[in-house]
Design a binder for this molecule. Structure first.
Ligand SMILES: Cc1cc2nc3c(=O)[nH]c(=O)nc-3n(C[C@H](O)[C@H](O)[C@H](O)COP(=O)(O)O)c2cc1C
Length: 211
């Protein structure tokens, strides 16, 4: 009995340590400056010649805010979502770690330490881009409405497209490059990102300085 109680006590001490998430608070994003929209549109294109580098914290902060941050006090985002479902989860793959972006507190949750960029974008340029964003739709965030699974899935792609275009324009404005990619590692990513049954991969996007 004593042994059993001791085991229980040890378990109670260990479980919180294992469950605790590592959260990184991002600096407030700089929402000023940049290229005028028409100039950014004139320069938008997909690039491949990414430089193998890491972004500074303020650069990562502004990039993620442009991709999917909150831009109003009611929690709505920089891009529109059907039924205000806000059903996308954006993961950021860098040279040092894989993070989940949390728009409301503007923080990162560390998913895995290490360089998994080539998992997010399997073509050669994907291993070099400073950041690879992976877009995941979580259908459990949808309100209970009469939409078919196909409509919900289509909306997920539409939401991703809006976010990706923001990233394309932000990249141009920074003098960087970006590229939408569907060539992801569809086998490894769900396990790496610990996706649940209601979460599905949509697309990825490489972004960062160019050589
Ligand atoms: C949904 C989508 C998926 C894409 N997937 C890939 C991809 O897997 N690999 C790649 O090299 N480019 C990919 N691209 C980039 C396109 O090849 C590129 O946008 C197209 O050639 C037009 O070039 P532009 O973006 O410079 O106008 C993708 C683009 C979109 C919109």
């Amino acid at each position: 009995m004593k042994k059993f109680l001791l085991c229980l006590m040890l378990l109670a001490l260990c479980v919180p340590a294992f469950c605790e998430e590592e959260i990184i608070t991002l600096p407030a994003p700089d929402k000023t400056g940049g290229l005028p929209v028409m100039e950014a549109l004139a320069l938008r294109k997909s690039s491949r010649n990414f430089r193998d580098t890491e972004l500074a914290a303020d650069e990562l902060s502004a990039l993620l805010w442009a991709a999917g941050g909150v831009n109003r006090p009611d929690g709505k985002l920089v891009y529109p979502t059907a039924m205000n479902a806000r059903d996308l989860i954006i993961f950021a793959f860098t040279k040092s770690a894989v993070y989940r972006y949390n728009p409301e507190p503007h923080t990162l949750t560390v998913i895995e330490r290490g360089d998994y960029r080539s998992c997010a974008a399997v073509q050669d340029f994907g291993a070099k881009a400073a950041v690879n964003l992976v877009y995941v739709q979580d259908t459990s965030r949808w309100p209970k409405i009469d939409a078919t699974p196909e409509q919900v899935r289509q909306a997920g792609f539409a939401h991703t497209g809006f976010s990706m275009q923001n990233v394309y324009l932000y990249a141009v404005s920074q003098g960087w490059g970006a590229r939408a990619v569907m060539s992801m590692n569809y086998e490894k990513l769900p396990e790496l990102l610990k996706l649940t049954k209601t979460q599905a991969l949509i697309l990825a996007q490489c972004v960062g300085p160019l050589d």
